[in-house]
Structure formats: C-alpha cells, structure tokens
Design a protein around this ligand. Structure first.
Ligand code: PLP
Length: 416
C-alpha cells in the first residue's frame, strides 16, 4: 500500500494493513508465528548495540518477539496510543501496571467493586509489600478526595464493574486525578477500544484482558497495557527520575525495561497470532453481541419472574446518561438480572439448554454464571456483601447467536 494513502485511512481500516517493521522473506500476508527464543547476530558489535537497546533487533523472546511486537503495533494503530505492551493474561497486565507505579508505603485509591483476582491482588498480595488499597465509593467525589494523600500512586478502577454494573464517571474522576497529580488507570476490558476511546475521557493508562473481546471466540489468554503518555510522571515519587527519557514515557520506560522483563509474563507468539486475527473482526463482533445484549436485556426485564435487569445502556438505568456519554449506544455485551432467591438462580442455571454454563466474557457463545457462588465463591459472606455481590444475581455475556434463540432459552429457564 502507498504510504500517503495509508495515512488518510480510519484507524479501524488501518488496523488491517499495519505494515511489518521488517520485510518478510516470503511476503507472507499474515505475520508468521516466530517460534524463536533467541536471535542470531553477525558480529559482537551488533550484539552489543542490540543488547543495550541502541538498535531495534530482537535478542530474546521474553523481552521482544516479532509476532508479539506486530500485535502490539496493531493495537497501537487502532488506539493511537504512545506505547502498547502485551502480556500472557489480563491479570499479568494489571499486576505489571500496579508494580510499575506502586512502592512500599504508597497507596492505591480504588473501589471494592473489582474483578475478583484484582481485588485479591490489591487487598492481599500488595498488602504484603506494604502497599495499601483504599477501597472507596467511586461515585462519591468527597470520599475519593479524602482518601488521596501524598503517597497515593494511582486511582485504579473498572469502567463498568462486574457484576454490580457501576459505571465510572470518568470526567469527574479524571478531574480529581488531575487536581491531585495522580494517574488514572482504568481496566477497560468490558467495552473494547474500537467503541470507547479511553484517552478522550482522561484515562492515562488503560489495562485490558484481551482474553475477552480481542481473542475472538475465547481462543487464548492475553492482556494489554496501553499508555497514552498523558500523565506528567514528574508528579510520581517513584518514576520522576525517568522523566527526561525521550522515547518512552517514564511509565512505559520503567515497565518495558524493567518490570516486564523481570516478571516474565510475556505474551507468546502463538497467542499474538490468534489475537491479531481476533482484532481484525473485533468491531464487527462487538456490534452484533452488544446489540443482542441490549435488546435481550430489554425483553427480559418484562418477564414475570425477573425482579430487575441491570444494563447501563437501558434508559431506565441509573447510569444511563454517563454510559451514553462514554460508550455510546451500548454498554458492553454483558448484563445481569436478579431472580427471587439463590435457589431460583441455581434453578435457572440448571435449566438452561442453549446458553452455556461458564465463566469468561465475550466468547462467541452466550454464557451464563451465578457470580456469588463461583467467581466470588471463596470470599466470605462479609467480603461479598462489601463488594455488593448478591446471591440472586445471574450474569449473562452475549455471543453471536440470534437473539430469538437466546430469548426462548431464558424464558423457559425462568418459568420452570
Ligand atoms: C477477565 C478479566 C480480568 C482478568 O483477565 P485474565 O485474562 O483472565 O487474566 C481482569 N479484569 C476484568 C474486568 C476481566 O473481565
């Protein structure tokens, strides 16, 4: 493709045609899977340049790999980010991000409404390293401000919490972050970056479980850290020494050169290949699944045995206005609904004929789960209560089936 033409294209079209950084020997139309661990050099001098980062050659695949780098390049193109780093799971992306900003004696302001392992990482794993998680109500500006102090290293949140479906008001939250000189780090897994532009709403660092929408059909685990280079890291006690770095932000420099290499949770080339393919169909799949989700949630809210339906893109939802402003017509392809009791919820799960009983989100197949007894099953009832996990709630992640088939299955499962 002509270079001039390429630059005029929309990011989503560009995504499909990102050129390789080096010409492929066989003109392969898809980036090959480079199953390489190490890379060969002609001279000691070339080795020195590559190993000290003065030339761009790959040296060892835990540090960089051509197939993985190409996946990152594609994500960079569609998001307009300054830097993208991929990982072998969403949790690895979150852990590497928080390890990059946090230090002993620092604190992270966040919500108790978090993905289960993220909650456990903050409440337990980081606690052992003297990093305090301050769980507060992120819908209350005064409470957030009261929790921020000079040792706060980040505000961390999920854009729509799961399964509570609380939508973060990013304009309000990013203003607070700017006032206090702290970075806003958002887990945006539930609405893909083709539909939601996190940087436009003040998110500095985006973390994504690419296991979900991006992999496409639940083929593989993966994670992404997307750095928009919007935060002034001179405010960071830990990273300010890196701010004279020109090529990368202080955050990405610390992550790329140290944390990522030391923790070793790199994405593998096979996964990068599958997820590059997933990226190509991401926005088409999302549009279909999210439309089904919205229409299904609306239809189900009228069923006699369903006491409430929670999907922020429905006009009667408490977060409707903020959801529309940030995410447009749809608020992801996941909704929850409540039945009369835990027993009714178990009966519903057992009665399903088409919808699959499984965790995970944004598979091509529609999935149902009872979060309280599964994802949050090992937490104490007190912790579950503090996280607002109800025994009556069912979570549905919509896939690519036709809506009528899904609706019929839900109707029969709620009637029995
Ligand atoms: C699944 C998920 C994660 C964890 O991702 P893995 O790829 O399973 O490690 C983190 N955050 C959210 C919101 C998720 O849905």
């Amino acid at each position: 493709m002509e270079k001039e033409n390429y630059h005029c294209l929309s990011n989503e079209t560009k995504l499909l045609h990102v050129p390789y950084l080096a010409k492929d020997a066989y003109n392969s139309l898809n980036m090959p899977i480079y199953h390489a661990v190490a890379y060969d050099f002609e001279t000691a001098e070339q080795m020195e340049l590559a190993f000290t980062g003065k030339s761009p050659e790959h040296v060892y695949s835990r540090i960089s790999n051509p197939t993985v780098q190409y996946f990152e390049q594609r994500v960079k193109t569609v998001t307009n980010a300054a830097e993208v780093i991929s990982f072998n799971s969403g949790m690895a992306a979150i852990v590497n991000t928080l390890m990059t900003v946090a230090y002993s004696g620092s604190n992270i302001v966040t919500s108790p409404h978090l993905f289960g392992n993220t909650y456990s990482f903050l409440a337990s794993t980081l606690k052992d390293f003297d990093v305090e998680a301050r769980f507060c109500d992120l819908t209350k500006p005064d409470e957030i401000k009261a929790n921020i102090d000079k040792n706060t290293c980040a505000l961390f949140l999920e854009i729509i919490t799961n399964p509570q479906m609380e939508v973060a008001d990013l304009c309000m939250l990013s203003c607070i972050c700017k006032e206090h000189g702290i970075p806003l780090i958002a887990d945006t897994t539930v609405v893909p970056f083709t539909a939601f532009h996190a940087a436009d709403f003040g998110v500095d660092i985006e973390v994504v479980s690419s296991t979900k929408y991006i992999s496409g059909g639940a083929t593989s685990l993966g994670g992404l850290v997307i750095d928009y280079d919007s935060f002034d890291w001179r405010h960071s006690k830990k990273l300010n020494y890196l701010t004279s770095q020109k090529k990368l932000s202080a955050f990405s420099a610390k992550m790329r050169m140290e944390i990522y290499r030391n923790l070793g949770a790199c994405m593998t080339p096979q996964v990068a290949y599958m997820q590059t393919t997933g990226l190509e169909t991401l926005s088409v799949r999302y549009e279909h699944a999210a439309k089904t989700c919205k229409n299904l949630a609306e239809k189900i809210s009228k069923l006699p045995n369903v006491s409430s339906v929670n999907y922020p893109a429905l006009s009667n939802n408490a977060y409707y206005a903020v959801s529309q402003r940030q995410f447009g017509e749809y608020a992801g392809a996941m909704f929850t609904f409540d039945l009369a009791s835990r027993e009714a919820a178990f009966r519903f799960i057992n009665n399903l004929k088409l919808i699959r009983r499984a965790t995970n989100l944004f598979d091509n197949k529609t999935l149902a789960i009872h979060p309280a007894s599964t994802i949050f099953g090992t937490f104490t009832e007190t912790t579950r209560k503090s996280m607002d996990i109800s025994q009556n709630t069912i979570r549905i992640s919509t896939g690519l089936e036709l809506i009528d088939d899904l609706y019929k299955d839900i109707v029969q499962a709620t009637e029995l």
